[in-house]
Design a binder for this molecule. Sequence first.
Ligand code: UDP
Ligand code: MG
Length: 316
Amino acid sequence: MDISVVIPLYNEEESLAKLYEWLVQVMNKNKFSYEIIFVSDGSNDSSWKIIERLQQSNSAVHGIKFRNNYGKSPALYCGFRKATGDVVITMDADLQDSPDEIPELYRMITEDGYDLVSGWKKKRYDSKLTKNLPSKLYNSTARFVTGLKLHDMNCGLKAYRNEVVHNIEVYGEMHRYIPYLAKNAGFKNIGEKVVEHRPREFGESKFGISRFVYGYLDLLSLWFLSRFGKKPMHFFGALGSLIFILGLGAVTVVGANKLYAIIHNVPERLVTDSPYFFLSMLAMVLGTQLFLTGFLGELIARNSNDRNNYLIEKEI
Ligand code: UDP
Ligand code: MG
């Protein structure tokens, strides 16, 4: 099969039929063999009924229905597991992404050899100021942290080589960073394509301003996991030792001063009158705690399922 289209959706009844027709039209025109996987993320409108109806009229349509609204990442995860096409396309269900982009995305994966191509909504049609400006800021941070030169990391429209979606695990709200997950998994050939973005015709955006707060936190987590996920002691141990040694050095100076004063019989204030004494105590306690956190981290990492999970590209 050429293409699997994975569409996560939460209460998008107004746009599903139109999206489906547009997709089929693009697929037929380009003679692609395809499947369309709708993942209803706990929708409580008539979305699932529509998906059932589409499935009856066309066996290339598949549907997954969640009991709860788990989020976009879980929806993508379950869609990915079902996807069998050579190229997997993800797109939003709200008609903000255009199916007309699919042939070119497909070509970039199959001919130009990209592992992943991310859409770039160069001209955005999101009405709110709360979205466009923070989005720019957020993307430049993401570029800095991930080392990926992408302008629009979180674009819903993306294309993947099949192998990629079966070797990354999207969870929580990590759908914002799929290119980073792919890069960390070893799929380094990541490209970008300017895509048409359209205003939302029906309903409202399902994500509020909180996306930026959580987005930044998730970015930090992913950065930490990719650097130290398998060796937490390297992070906590190094930081802990550094802080401990600073504290030890400071307390030694305080002590040495006092000793010098005693030996030479000069009046010197009490050790506990010096702020450095308390700062160094604090540093030594903090350092020790960080160090112990490193040990705990190692215990957890040793128990992780993927402590020895490597993607082997070739073997001869
Ligand atoms: N979505 C989902 N589960 C959620 C929230 C959103 O499956 O909990 C879907 C939503 O139906 C849409 C896509 O994710 O197909 C993108 O959501 P939305 O259009 O609200 O985000 P925006 O375009 O504002 O970034
Ligand atoms: Mg949208």
